[in-house]
Design a protein around this ligand. Structure first.
Ligand SMILES: [Zn+2]
Ligand SMILES: [Zn+2]
Length: 89
């Protein structure tokens, strides 16, 4: 477990990912972000995101007919490689 107080910078799970295909920076400090927000199952690649950055797992993309349930943008065409990189750790 992490210490309850103080700076956890040295031991944190923070990860910053820069993708050549777009200046994408993601900071993860909470392992809960690695669950699919739709079905709440742990994410596994491939992970998709809509144009607004909402994420969904592969099976949820089929379930919602490739339309983001949060903003109705198309989802399932753009992979979220930052998340995929993290969940492969
Ligand atoms: Zn899901
Ligand atoms: Zn969305």
């Amino acid at each position: 477990m992490l210490p309850a107080s103080g700076d956890v910078a040295e031991n944190s799970v923070t990860d910053v990912v820069s993708n050549a295909s777009g200046a994408l920076s993601v900071v993860f400090t909470d392992p809960d972000v690695l669950d699919c927000p739709i079905c709440l199952e742990p994410l596994r690649a491939p992970v998709f995101q809509c144009d607004n950055g909402h994420i969904a797992c592969n099976s949820c993309c089929s379930k919602v007919k490739r339309k983001c349930p949060s903003c109705c943008m198309p989802i399932g065409y753009n992979r979220c490689r930052a998340i995929e990189k993290v969940i492969h750790v």
